[in-house]
Design a protein around this ligand. Structure first.
Ligand code: NAD
Ligand code: UDP
Length: 319
């Protein structure tokens, strides 16, 4: 297949490009580097099956030559208000990437009669009242809360994707991605994994927001990309959760990272970030992925973190 990947220079997009290329596909990567980096694609320079277009997906997209699939990953993704890469500091760009970017990428998929896959998010469940979250849960989102710029853009993106599927017959798929970590996360991205690893590797206490009782379920990037690839090849049009169901409190997670890195500095509790709309619990129900994609995660938290620690050590110049 010849596949357009938007957000190709980001954390997930760059791993997706690698996987598609290694399976023999041809990839057109698109990105405007708002939160991603050319470094994530540097190893693909000169690859015969890889082409890159620098472009903002919020503007009309033109890609010469037929495409067999369009995978829309372009969007800021970090909720941290202190990070320059956080969507709270890029609110309009985030809404445009989710709304106009999804419209433009669906348009190009329709033009070329190609498959379309939307990178949606567990955030469409908001601060969930049902636990774990199944795909038929409608969510609990504040439409004007701080996270709404991301959550509502993704909810709009899902609705638009289903409208193109139902009205125009576009062959669509929707993946709801839960917290994912691994090499190529931006070190200053502000999400919990880069924050904790950066602090741990510099022998500083880990900043736990609130009392650390909030939970997340962390999926290693290779597992996630494998689930997404299976979804692309499937005929499933309903949204599918992809994530690791092993749930941990943020405080437990901090202790795990301190143990793995040998950091003696412990943790420091910080107030929950004001107005961050930080969900209290999050855990995917992955029965649909298991049933329709025969997918479940394989990489343990310890193994995934060990690989990620190696990457951050190199980035920090510690190796
Ligand atoms: P990232 O910030 O590393 O990557 C996003 C990429 O999109 C960046 O390279 C950025 O420059 C690019 N981009 C943003 N707006 C753009 C625009 N208007 N035009 C062109 N390029 C643009 O983030 P990520 O973690 O790799 O997230 C990728 C996708 O996966 C996002 O859509 C995000 O919502 C979704 N997602 C990620 C997670 C996760 O845990 N990483 C969880 C849920 C959903
Ligand atoms: N968090 C934390 N310390 C940090 C960064 C994040 O305690 O330095 C917490 C944050 O409050 C949230 C969880 O870790 O409860 C996950 O945050 P992240 O920014 O990774 O993404 P989210 O899952 O909230 O979208």
């Amino acid at each position: 297949m010849r596949i357009l990947v938007t957000g190709a220079a980001g954390f997930l997009g760059s791993h997706l490009c690698d996987r598609l290329l290694s399976d023999g596909h041809s990839v057109v990567g698109m990105d405007n580097f708002i939160t991603g980096s050319p470094d994530n694609l540097a190893h693909l320079g000169g690859h015969p099956n890889f082409k890159f277009i620098r472009h903002d997906v919020s503007n009309f997209i033109f890609v010469p030559g037929k495409l067999d699939a369009v995978m829309h990953f372009a969007s800021p993704a970090s909720p941290n208000p202190n990070s320059p890469f956080g969507y709270l500091n890029l609110p309009i760009q985030t809404m445009k990437a989710g709304a106009l970017g999804t419209h433009n990428t669906l348009g190009i998929a329709r033009t070329y009669n190609s498959r379309f896959l939307l990178a949606s998010t567990s955030e469409i469940y908001g601060d969930p009242l049902e636990h774990p979250q199944r795909e038929d849960y409608w969510g609990h989102v504040d439409p004007i809360g701080p996270r709404s710029v991301y959550d509502e853009a993704k909810r709009f993106a899902e609705a638009l994707t289903m409208a193109y599927h139902r009205f125009h017959g576009v062959d669509t798929r929707i993946v709801r991605i839960f917290n994912t970590y691994g090499p190529r996360m931006h070190i200053d991205d502000g999400r919990v994994v880069p924050n904790f690893l950066q602090q741990a590797l510099q022998n500083e206490p880990l900043t736990v927001y609130g009392d650390g009782s909030q939970t997340r379920s962390f999926c290693y990037v290779d597992d996630l990309i494998d689930g997404i690839y299976r979804l692309l090849l499937s005929d499933e049009h309903q949204p599918v959760n992809i994530g690791n169901p092993v749930e941990t409190t943020i405080l437990e997670f901090a202790h795990t990272i301190n143990n793995l890195t040998g950091n003696q500095a412990g943790v420091v509790f910080k107030p929950k970030q004001r107005g961050s709309g930080d969900p209290q619990r999050r855990q995917p129900d992955i029965s649909r992925a298991l049933e329709v994609l025969s997918w479940q995660p394989e990489v343990s938290l310890d193994d995934g973190l060990t690989k990620t620690i190696q990457y951050f050590k190199e980035k920090l110049g510690l190796e």
